[in-house]
Ligand binder design. Structure first.
Ligand SMILES: [Zn+2]
Length: 299
């Protein structure tokens, strides 16, 4: 039973204007978890922003300086697809701190749930696709440096391929990166991870779950991770604005259960990150994220 949930009000307070990325989802999930009796106010833990030292374990000094000084070029801001502000940078720093904290909780208690995180499109020297810092990579590097973990595995079930994460760990034998995604979607260029499954447009529950059932146990056996970081994106959902996969609510629930079960069975600490979710109806994105958290809390 996991009773600590990592969350900050900053995640929804940040002003990104009219945007397809519904930052409000973070507040609504927080509210729903309390309303449904899945969590109490005292279960939420506020992360501290990742330090420069932590961020520099993954990102280049030049990129970090540009973010601090507000000197990103217009093409760099366009690639990020978010309006630059110092508040934005602080929010993403906090989010990176949140994923590291979730890793520490997972190592202590078995499961660390972050009501945030999963910004897998961030590269060492630039941000992309609503992602400023690669929180997954920062957490892994920090925990490796502290000798808390050696091997880890990233199970990325967001609709989009985890290009930044795959690139960052391309030469790291201790980090296995897996991504299952819609092939014909962002990012156009997909640096290979250790295992990538690019699905055809219109793939639904049966195909998706068959791939997971076949591959996830093998990946875990092969990578023998001390920690698994699971990106539980809500965007493979059939009514997602940015997606072309056709998973149902029940299919997504089954997806979560496959991964959560396996981690419990093998005794592998698990971090859950929310990642993307752009359903036409925001309440459906909330529902998908809440059912992930409910599965993790309930088992
Ligand atoms: Zn996504």
């Amino acid at each position: 039973m996991c009773r600590k949930l990592v969350y900050s009000d900053k995640y929804h307070r940040v002003d990104i204007g009219q945007h397809v990325f519904p930052v409000l989802k973070y507040r609504l999930i927080h509210e729903q978890l309390i309303a449904r009796g899945l969590a109490a106010e005292g279960d939420f833990v506020e992360p501290t922003p990742a330090s420069d030292e932590d961020i520099l374990l993954v990102h280049t000094p030049d990129y970090v300086k540009k973010l601090r000084d507000g000197t990103l070029s217009q093409p760099e801001i366009s690639a990020m697809e978010l309006p630059y502000s110092s508040e934005l940078v602080d929010t993403f720093r906090t989010c990176a701190g949140g994923t590291t904290l979730s890793g520490e909780i997972a190592l202590a208690e078995g499961t660390g749930i972050h009501i945030g995180g999963g910004f897998h499109h961030a590269f060492p020297d630039h941000g992309e696709g609503f992602c400023v810092f690669n929180d997954t990579a920062i957490a892994i590097r920090r925990l490796q440096k502290d000798n808390r973990i050696t091997r880890s595995c990233v199970i990325d079930c967001d609709l989009h391929q985890g290009n930044g994460t795959a690139y960052i760990f391309r030469d790291d034998k201790d980090v296995f990166t897996f991504s299952i995604h819609q092939e014909n979607n962002y990012p156009a260029v997909k640096p290979p991870g250790d295992l990538d499954i690019g699905l055809e447009d219109g793939a639904g529950d049966d195909i998706y779950l068959a791939h997971l059932e076949k591959n996830i146990p093998k990946i875990v056996e092969r990578s023998r991770p001390d920690l698994i970081i699971y990106l539980a994106g809500a965007d493979p959902y059939r009514d997602d604005q940015l997606g072309g996969l056709l998973l149902t609510m029940d299919g997504l629930k089954r997806r979560d259960e496959i991964i959560i079960h396996l981690c419990r069975e093998k005794g592998i600490p698990l971090v859950i990150l929310l990642a993307g979710g752009y359903a036409w109806k925001t309440e459906e994105t909330i529902e998908i994220h809440c059912q992930t958290i409910a599965s993790a809390i309930g088992e």
